[in-house]
Design a protein around this ligand. Structure first.
Ligand SMILES: NC(=O)c1ccc[n+]([C@@H]2O[C@H](COP(=O)([O-])OP(=O)(O)OC[C@H]3O[C@@H](n4cnc5c(N)ncnc54)[C@H](O)[C@@H]3O)[C@@H](O)[C@H]2O)c1
Length: 240
């Protein structure tokens, strides 16, 4: 499949896990990708890395300008960069709460905000944001993370409705139990009943990030031309 031949994409969180797998998938299907992360991303013929922190409000504008300057257009934004911090809700340090919201929610918003005008210039585009099963069901000891992902889902639906007539679609992929480095950040607070998190575990087995990348590629492609404002779980049936 070459669904992204002639298309230009920006992917955040591109150095690891789901973001990295998404870059690979989009490139395999013909895209030029501007790949953003705080960690290094390897450059290639079709991948232009830009180092930066999505909490820097100027970064998104720089990245979109670089995509348009280098390749003449922007068709796809995949906002993947995210962090997870755990604590009992009543013990969540405020600075941690703020940091999680800054990266996951505001970092997604600034990239959407910068990408939309460039997409309007070419008559439309596709935005895929990264939620979580935590956006859809209670996720103990992840108050900030869950709130940020719920916010990402609401933001996505807002964009979907607001820009539908301009040819921009926005959908939210909601992974669960994907085997990536972020899962190591799920630290159970001392003394809690770990069984409470069981309903968020995959029913089959944890899968790799490629399976989420495949869904993201579908949502970003013309195959999903009539899919807009949707949240798509990639969780092995956990919340079915
Ligand atoms: N793995 C799962 O089971 C799972 C489940 C639900 C949602 N998600 C979401 O998927 C997304 C990707 O996570 P992953 O599983 O691939 O984990 P990951 O840790 O492998 O990838 C996250 C990437 O985001 C980057 N990043 C973090 N903060 C950043 C910042 N401030 N600026 C720029 N880049 C930053 C990291 O460097 C890393 O490359 C996250 O938004 C996460 O919340 C993952």
């Amino acid at each position: 499949m070459q669904r992204f031949e002639g298309k230009v994409a920006v992917v955040t969180g591109a150095a690891s896990g789901i973001g990295r797998a998404t870059v690979t998938r989009l490139v395999e299907e013909g895209a030029q990708v501007v790949a953003v992360d705080v960690q290094p991303v390897e450059a290639s013929e079709r991948v232009r890395p830009i180092g930066g922190d999505v909490t820097d409000p100027a970064l998104a504008e720089q990245v979109v300008a670089a995509a348009v300057d280098s390749y003449g257009r922007l068709d796809v934004l995949v906002a993947v960069a995210g962090i997870l911090r755990t604590a009992r809700t009543h013990e969540h340090p405020l600075d941690v709460w703020q940091k999680v919201l800054d990266v996951n929610l505001t970092g997604t918003y600034t990239f959407c905000r910068a990408a939309i005008p460039a997409m309007l210039d070419v008559g439309g585009g596709a935005i895929v944001t990264t939620g979580s099963t935590a956006a859809l069901a209670g996720h103990p000891w992840a108050a900030a993370y869950s709130a940020s992902k719920g916010g990402v889902l609401a933001l996505t639906k807002t964009i979907a409705v607001e820009y539908a007539r301009d040819g921009i679609r926005a959908n939210c992929v909601c992974p669960g139990s994907i085997d990536t480095p972020i899962t190591g950040d799920f630290v159970f607070p001392e003394g809690v009943d770990a069984r409470l998190v069981k309903r968020l575990m995959a029913l089959d087995k944890p899968r790799g990030p490629e399976t989420v990348a495949a869904t993201i590629a579908f949502l970003a492609s013309a195959d999903a031309e009539h899919v807009n404002g949707e949240s798509v779980r990639v969780d092995g049936g956990t919340l079915a």
